[in-house]
Design a protein around this ligand. Structure first.
Ligand SMILES: [Zn+2]
Length: 461
């Protein structure tokens, strides 16, 4: 029997237009796209026709910055819950960070362990980042050949001791090894430059301002200067994760003008939350680098519009309630990380229109550019013949309220609790299979591993 199916809507997002269309899918891939209402399709040719009426069919969101934390810290999150939450939010692919799992993904055996732990637990497609830590340079090419998309590193304490940060000399060892490969190096771009306020510890720890003063813009600026310098020197693809300060943009723009193969992401929390309105003791708002003020946020939106920031991701980084010390509300002791993998599409869309941005921008920033950065641009991030049939079916005009009941990630702690967001996901389709539909999930996890197919390493290692 034919496995062909058709998805039909009066609103299908194709390239840069929304038209009535019928998408024919076979074996998880888009095989053809026909404009119109699909009335010419015969049941014998396509046994299953899914007509969603006026609901928008758009490429699934690709969130290339998610901390799943399994194995090792499964009380914080896990593949089942993280990918259910992703599916419920219209995310069809996540790429998992190499920390805060134990072991962290910094050796080939650790990567193999992660793959076996994640097997059979993923509702959406999942790719993986490896990590660069001091001394693991000989593990990089084996991990790349085994399928990681690239490598994340920190230039400051990562928050967990088993993922130590690197310095310039560690990177000077790693970069030559990665030249000529498909790898991209992701930087948590903050350094401890001794510029944090020395008085902050004596101030009120429940005040957000106390934490903000401890992580000034300068920490990002110094780190980004180093990233740009190394990127220009070695011409290995680099990526700055979670840019928070708009003050770094001139450095980034100059490096790109000079030919640096450099991309930059920012996160939903920097675009939708602002320092001035964070309540005392509300540690669910804590992340590093910190959420800054309103004027900085406006500049980040400007930079998105101007193309100086390439993409927007969640940096979903949950933990258990005790680590957020919500009882004391001490910003200096609380774990830094914001949980939001399920909410990115609606968060971005809620703020998009008042910043003069459109669905075309949204698809570029949340689907297309993220797929390209994570070595998945040849199969994800667009509705196109030959691409994976990964769709989100949603209503951009409806709203919903974030409640514990409708959140699917493990620890239901998020700064967005109780907020009204625009854009309701009806269903999520991963490689042609409906994995989420109006509150229900497919009976079994049906996601796939996305392993790097593009490594062009000539290395003899
Ligand atoms: Zn992160």
């Amino acid at each position: 029997m034919s496995t062909r199916k058709a998805f039909v809507s009066r609103r299908v997002f194709l390239e840069n237009e929304i038209i009535p269309a019928c998408i024919i899918v076979d074996n998880g891939k888009v095989t053809s796209i026909q404009p119109g209402d699909g009335s010419k399709i015969s049941k014998s040719d396509v046994p299953e026709i899914i007509n969603v009426g006026d609901q928008l069919i758009m490429p699934g969101v690709v969130d290339c910055h998610v901390h799943v934390n399994e194995p090792g810290r499964t009380a914080w999150e896990g593949y089942l819950t993280a990918t259910k939450a992703a599916a419920a939010g219209g995310v069809t692919t996540i790429v998992d960070m190499p920390l805060n799992s134990i072991p962290s993904t910094v050796t080939l055996p650790a990567f193999t362990t992660k793959l076996s732990e994640a097997a059979g637990k993923c509702y959406v497609d999942v790719g993986f980042w490896g990590g660069i830590v001091p001394g693991n340079q000989n593990e990089l090419v084996p991990m790349l050949n085994a399928g990681v998309m690239g490598f994340k590193c920190f230039l400051i304490h990562s928050g967990v001791d088993e993922f130590p940060h690197v310095d310039r000399s560690d990177l000077e060892q790693a970069f030559p090894i990665l030249q000529g490969t498909s790898a991209v190096v992701l930087f948590h771009a903050e350094v401890d430059c001794g510029c944090g306020s020395s008085t902050y510890i004596e101030k009120e720890p429940r005040k957000y301002e106390t934490f903000l003063e401890s992580r000034p813009d300068q920490m990002e600026l110094e780190a980004i200067k180093l990233v740009c310098e190394l990127c220009l020197k070695y011409r290995v693809r680099c990526h700055i994760v979670h840019l928070s300060t708009a003050k770094a943009l001139p450095i980034i723009i100059d490096a790109r003008k000079a030919g640096a193969p450099l991309t930059v992401e920012t996160c939903h929390h920097y675009l939708s939350l602002e320092a001035e309105t964070i309540p005392d003791g509300a540690t669910q708002y804590k992340c590093c680098p910190p959420i800054r003020g309103k004027s900085n946020q406006d500049l980040l939106w400007e930079a998105l519009k101007d193309g100086h920031i390439d993409m927007v991701v969640s940096d979903h980084s949950p933990c258990t309630a005790d680590l957020k010390v919500l009882d004391t509300g001490d910003f200096l002791c609380a774990w830094g990380g914001i949980a939001s993998v399920q909410l990115g599409l609606s968060l971005f869309w809620t703020n998009c229109l008042r910043h003069d941005m459109t669905l075309v921008d949204l698809v570029q920033l949340l689907c297309r550019k993220t797929a390209e950065m994570a070595n998945l641009g040849h199969r994800k991030g667009a509705i196109k013949e030959g691409y994976d049939a990964d769709f989100v079916v949603w209503d951009p005009d409806s709203t919903f309220k974030v409640t514990e009941k409708n959140i699917h990630f493990k620890n239901k702690i998020t700064p967005y609790m109780g907020k009204e967001l625009k854009g309701v996901v009806q269903s999520t389709i991963v490689q042609g299979v409906t994995v989420y539909d109006r509150g229900d999930f497919s009976e079994a996890p049906r996601g796939h591993f996305m392993l790097n197919e593009k490594n062009k390493s000539q290395s003899a290692l």
